[in-house]
Design a protein around this ligand. Sequence first.
Ligand SMILES: NC(=O)C1=CN([C@@H]2O[C@H](COP(=O)(O)OP(=O)(O)OC[C@H]3O[C@@H](n4cnc5c(N)ncnc54)[C@H](OP(=O)(O)O)[C@@H]3O)[C@@H](O)[C@H]2O)C=CC1
Ligand SMILES: CC[C@](O)(C(C)=O)C(=O)O
Ligand SMILES: [Mg+2]
Ligand SMILES: [Mg+2]
Length: 337
Amino acid sequence: MAKVYYGNDANLDALKGKTVAVVGYGSQGHAQAQNLRDSGVHVVIGLRRGRSWEQAKRDGFEVYTVEEAVKEADVVQILMPDEVQANVYREQVAPCLKPGAALFFSHGFNIHFQQINPPEDVDVVLVAPKGPGHLVRRVYEEGFGVPGLIAVHQNASGKALEIGLAYAKGIGATRAGVIETTFKEETETDLFGEQAVLCGGVSQLVQNGFETLMEAGYQPEIAYFECLHELKLIVDLMYEGGLSGMRYSISDTAEYGDYVSGKRVVGEASRKAMKEVLKEIQDGTFAKRWIQENEEGRREFNRLAKEGQDHPIEQVGKKLRKTMAWIDKEQQEPVKQ
Ligand SMILES: NC(=O)C1=CN([C@@H]2O[C@H](COP(=O)(O)OP(=O)(O)OC[C@H]3O[C@@H](n4cnc5c(N)ncnc54)[C@H](OP(=O)(O)O)[C@@H]3O)[C@@H](O)[C@H]2O)C=CC1
Ligand SMILES: CC[C@](O)(C(C)=O)C(=O)O
Ligand SMILES: [Mg+2]
Ligand SMILES: [Mg+2]
């Protein structure tokens, strides 16, 4: 049975009198920094000069260069993109880490695949929210939390778990539950989830469904509502009541179609592909490819991103979402930070 920590298992006093440096102020950075501050923790932000620097200032934070922030910090949370962490760590974080400081991550990629090898005298801890940063903030403000994972890779102080749980409480994760894990398990399951199901799998399912209806001559707006918009409403039911909760609410006609057709669309071939994807995550093939892609200037990444943005489902969606007054403008066309 998994070990799950809740609010009563964590004490914010473990961060009392300490300074947390959040390095990076993007999706997770802004959310974790703001939640920690609202929980009474002293937070400073480490950045290079640019967009996020200005944003973090506007949000009322003390903003420093990465080196300055790390020098001040008892806890350093690395919230830059995974692909830049190793270089910034080597050049700007490692030389400035205080003896006895704790180094935190929200994804185990760089530790597990040995792109970052911290000195033995620092704690190395993972506190990984199981949700997108913008929801980590939104849900916290609503009085709840996004669940998280916690792992200790190095326990130099003997207090790594205690500090990690205090941090998890500060960002609101213990309100929902924080599961104990390892860097290896978090890294492999997170990469698998985002590639095979949550991001890769779902996006491709949506896009293929949309294309199938379009190619058969149906109106793109109807294809959009059927394959993308309504997905959220169906997933909300799964989120609240599992697959059975969703099936309780849909018609019997839909439920029968679900049973007989779902397995035809996502069947043995998909399961085989999922196993291959998982194997390439576990044996480091994916990590090697992603690291190399970045070293070589992200040509494939940029080409695929452009293809995605230019897909007809995005053009139709943009127009339709403008009519949806309940989705605010920023959410309709977010600019990646
Ligand atoms: N996105 C998510 O919801 C989740 C992310 N994670 C993990 O959290 C970590 C952060 O991911 P995410 O929030 O998506 O990251 P983002 O891509 O949103 O991070 C961007 C931030 O990093 C800063 N940054 C980029 N390069 C540098 C640099 N060289 N020096 C200083 N600052 C830099 C950017 O500043 P600037 O404006 O100057 O470019 C910006 O503030 C990753 O390990 C990720 O796997 C875990 C769970 C969910
Ligand atoms: C599902 C994608 C994710 O793993 C996340 C939001 O949890 C990420 O890396 O952004
Ligand atoms: Mg994730
Ligand atoms: Mg991830």
